[in-house]
Design a protein around this ligand. Sequence first.
Ligand code: KG4
Length: 334
Amino acid sequence: MLTLGIESSCDDTAAAVLYDDSRLLANVVSSQNEIHSRFGGVVPELASRTHLETIEPIVNEALFRAGKNLNDIDLIAVTQGPGLIGSLLVGFCYAKSISYVTGIPYIGVDHMLGHLLSIFLEKKKPSFPYIALIVSGGTSSIFLCESVTRCKLLGRTRDDAAGEAFDKVAKLLKLGYPGGPIVSKRATHGNSAAFNFPRAWLHKDSFDFSFSGLKTAVLHQYTKVKDNSTIPIDDICASFQHAVIEVLVAKTVKAALQLGVNNVVLGGGVSANDHLRKTMKEVCQEHALELYLPQPQYCTDNAAMIAMAGYLCHNEQEYTVDYTADVFSRSLLG
Ligand code: KG4
């Protein structure tokens, strides 16, 4: 079975072609970073206009790279939400239109489920149940996944998402956008013990996160040193990154141990972070937990994970195509 995946929830236009759940034939992502970087963040109106221009060429490019055409496609999987409404509408309406005209069924996919199942794009696949940490620009959440369609939210951020905190700190330090990759690069040259930034553990049994206090602490530190002849940007980045990652790793591992779940999965753009991957690996090893890491290209927004989630959901449950369905801005999971 061939699934065409389409993703346009934020600022990446993406399309992919997946054969069953076993072979990714094409995975194309068109990034809008250059357009948004001068604003220090995504400008929704520009994002949706750019999706409009790129959606068709990107879908055609994915089909071309896969050596297929629309007649070969059995299922269209498209991101239905959460995300920016204007951006989502471009991909969703495009997918529904193709489906309506060609008769190929389409399935709307929760973007979060895409991240939760992106690990199935890898050769080494986890068995259920697993604990998943999903960290991106829009979310920082811990889930218990018991099956493809049963993923229970255990905790989520109460304010900024981890990726959002990286982006805001980068903007504050005038480093550029998106902040995660830049901050993590600068952090490799810095001392993570230089500043003792706060960790918000919240209630001891809570799997929720909070990163807004940490971001404010970085702002205060920066204000104190910004008139110095040399600003210790690398040290600030390293100390900030260390504080975020310590909390992410501790809460994820605690969830696995407390619920007696042996498998841990990462997903979302921030899980491309080397320091997070390394720390999570070390701590999981200490506790004899099995860690499953998607390759970085499947961590950030992509349509391969949407194709995979659509295919797996379609296989698991009865599905009726609904052309009246609409996009949604908040995840339906939990
Ligand atoms: O999953 P994603 O591509 O889009 C969303 O759904 O949000 O994640 C993008 C987020 C951005 O906030 C970006 O700064 C962050 O992921 N990110 C990283 C890294 N690469 C991307 N954060 C920390 N370290 C990285 N290496």
